[in-house]
Design a protein around this ligand. Structure first.
Ligand SMILES: [Zn+2]
Length: 386
């Protein structure tokens, strides 16, 4: 039997806060940089334990290209809701020495606390409460991946597969400023451009060389010019390298490019333009690798769920929810790309993602947990379909 509406209150999760913080401490103190497969596997064990306790069943460990992802799938029938998070972080092993776990004056700190281990904790506690109240979780999939921070190369297919056909995807990424939900996200493309020239002695016979560094300079300016501020399209040459020694004409050079777009049309325009770039230095060649990484999450994808979230927040007595479009992409871009209504930024309130001042405002955790629980309860009861 489902409990009466209103049982999923903020007060209920305030009572659970000490347990939530204990879970968060366990997760944060198990470091999990995306590229360190062993560390991510160890972190997955902590997530698996907490998930099993919350959900009442063991999750599946899915190891893809060495990265460990966890999945809980309820029921075999129609998919209704995907609850999506990640347990990897951008913080290298040893970060705890300089950024230790701490809990002081209502602020929790530690590597990955905000992005997004607190979100994982909130999701498990929301689902545990639904289960305790007898809600039928059939059709719910919980997916906690281990490579989001490097663009989800090994989990993208899994995320898309689990999202397909769902009524809603709830993404537990950290919120924007002041707890705002991420109702739009730019799409992202990543390129590596390799410039091939020819080495020569810079003193004896520089004219025999083909200077890949000079060609790189032309490429950098041409690529930067592909940005379109009117469309909010940014094209940023980021990592640059060229040459070997001071007295050698560089035989090779390379650059990395970060592209952010609001529309697929812009993503395609920039992709075509990058591939069509000509060289300027005689004899130089370029090769392009990479391309579109995540499609944009358009506000259309989140509008119905966002108005539902505002309604639930109102019922819970939470401050009115804001929604913002942000430049950073997440796995929510993939679920929206599958045509699934997606609400992102449902995780922790705080700040400093990927930065020294990363922190979580602990007092907001119960309200955020209640918000997710309320959203899930509504979607599972068949409401809120846009
Ligand atoms: Zn994240």
């Amino acid at each position: 039997m489902a409990a009466p509406a209103g049982a999923l209150t903020t007060a209920r999760f305030e009572a659970a806060l000490p347990a939530m913080l204990a879970d968060l401490e366990q997760l944060v103190t198990c470091e999990s940089p995306s590229a360190d497969r062993a560390a991510v596997a160890a972190s997955a064990e902590v997530v698996a334990r907490q998930g099993a306790a919350a959900l009442g069943v063991a999750g599946e460990r899915l190891v893809v290209d060495g990265s460990t992802h966890l999945r809980w799938r309820f029921g075999a029938g129609r998919r209704r809701a995907l609850v999506l998070g990640h347990h990897d972080t951008v913080w290298p092993l040893g970060s705890l020495a300089t950024h230790p776990w701490s809990l002081r004056d209502g602020i929790a700190t530690g590597p990955g606390c905000f992005d997004m281990k607190a979100g994982v904790v909130q999701a498990f506690h929301a689902l545990a409460a639904l289960r305790a109240d007898g809600h039928d979780l059939d059709g719910v999939t919980v997916l906690v991946t281990g490579d989001e921070e490097i663009g989800s190369p090994s989990s993208e297919a899994l995320i898309r597969q689990e999202a397909r056909g769902c009524d809603a995807a709830f993404v537990l990424e950290a919120s924007a400023d002041g707890g705002a939900l991420k109702t739009g996200r730019k799409g992202a493309s990543i390129y590596e451009i390799e410039v091939h020239g020819r080495a020569a002695h810079a003193g004896l016979e520089p004219e025999k060389g083909v200077n890949a560094g000079i060609e790189l300079a032309h490429q950098v300016l041409a690529i930067a010019a592909l940005a379109d501020p009117a469309q909010a399209t940014t094209v940023t040459p980021s990592v640059l390298r060229a040459g070997t020694t001071t007295n050698t004409v560089p035989a090779s050079a390379g650059l990395a490019v970060d592209v952010r777009v609001l529309s697929v049309a812009e993503q395609d325009r920039v992709d075509r333009a990058v591939r069509a770039l000509r060289t300027t230095v005689a004899g130089a060649r370029t090769t392009v690798s990479g391309g579109p990484n995540r499609p944009p999450l358009s506000p259309d994808s989140s509008a119905a769920l966002f108005s539902l979230a505002r309604e639930v927040a109102g019922r819970l007595g939470l401050p009115p929810l804001e929604g913002v479009t942000v430049g950073g992409a997440s796995d929510g871009n993939f679920t929206a790309g599958e045509g699934v209504p997606t609400l992102d930024g449902l995780g922790a309130v705080g700040g400093g993602a990927h930065a020294d001042d990363e922190h979580v405002r602990v007092a907001e955790m119960p309200g955020r947990t209640a918000l997710l629980a309320g959203l899930l309860a509504t979607v599972l009861e068949g409401g809120g379909r846009g």
